[in-house]
Design a protein around this ligand. Structure first.
Ligand SMILES: Nc1ncnc2c1ncn2[C@@H]1O[C@H](COP(=O)(O)OP(=O)(O)OP(=O)(O)O)[C@@H](O)[C@H]1O
Ligand SMILES: [Mg+2]
Length: 262
């Protein structure tokens, strides 16, 4: 399978006053086209830092080294203008907190139209409505008219996460990075969103980096799983082999811990 994104020796250090936090240490891996790659790790292991690095969205306290290759170029070498063309448009990002994707004082419809205009330069009303309609249909949102007139706070977390996914796929990205997209949702809603990701992967041939602390969830949704521990990618394997014959001691511990939970 073709590799769509390659991370090489990525290290990220946050400098906070005199302190240095090594959030990522020489992380290397590739994302294959059409796969869901899980990145599993406990809190503070560097998962979000990894997601933000790929979109070059790290804050000014962060010092990154290494390379992130996408479409033949290193993300870190791109200009702000070139990055704008990649963020959202080619690589989408879904956050843990559904509300984080929205502006609270604007209606969903306004925000959706604005994204389509800014990112795709679309102004023609019928075309915009068609794309919105298609995207809502893909994520199985009904009652579209009401949702478009609504403000974010009047909708449920599950609805908002579906809308955030609709916003993302409307731009036809090649890659979606989902950072714990279901950990703030009820378990039934979580399962619906997981199935949505699986369906979108098939229908749109999306390549997904699915970040989670939940190994059981990764087992359901991912094709391959990478285990991140204290900033290091300890191992990355096909899901079945990872569970059958984990090599790394931390992976073994993690699998045992989840077995006990079951
Ligand atoms: N903006 C920041 N400034 C300083 N330190 C940071 C910043 N963001 C993250 N860190 C630190 O870097 C390390 C990795 O954090 P990160 O948020 O990437 O982990 P995570 O795996 O996403 O954790 P969680 O599961 O809690 O979301 C942690 O020690 C964290 O405190
Ligand atoms: Mg995080």
């Amino acid at each position: 399978m073709r590799e769509i994104l390659t991370v090489k020796n990525l290290s990220v250090i946050y400098k906070v006053e005199e302190r240095k936090i090594h959030a990522l240490k020489e992380v290397s891996f590739s994302l294959r086209e059409g796969e869901i790659l899980g990145v599993v790790g406990e809190s503070g292991s560097g998962k979000t830092t990894l997601g933000l690095s790929i979109l070059s969205l790290l804050d000014e306290k962060a010092y990154a080294s290494g390379r992130i290759l996408f479409e033949g170029r290193d993300i870190f070498s791109l200009s702000e203008q070139e990055l704008l063309d990649i963020r959202g448009r080619k690589i989408g990002l879904i956050f843990q907190e559904p509300a984080a994707s929205f502006n609270p004082v604007l209606t969903i419809g306004y925000q959706f139209r604005e994204i389509l205009q800014k990112k795709l330069n679309l102004k023609e009303k019928n075309l915009v409505s068609q794309i919105i309609y298609d995207s809502f249909k893909r994520v199985k949102l009904v009652d579209e008219e009401r949702i478009l007139r609504s403000y974010p706070h009047t909708l449920s977390g599950g609805q908002l996460q579906r809308i955030a996914i609709a916003f993302s796929i409307a731009l036809s990205p090649l890659i979606l990075i989902a950072d714990e997209p279901t950990s703030n949702l009820d378990i039934t809603v979580e399962s619906q969103i997981i199935h949505l990701f699986l369906r979108l992967k098939e229908e749109l041939n999306l390549s997904v980096i699915f970040i989670t602390h939940n190994l059981d969830l990764a087992k359901v949704i991912c094709d391959r799983i990478g285990v991140l521990y204290k900033g290091k990618m300890r191992e990355i394997r096909e899901k079945e082999t990872l569970f059958r014959e984990p090599k790394d001691p931390y992976t073994k511990e993690l699998i045992e811990a989840f077995k006990k939970l079951e």
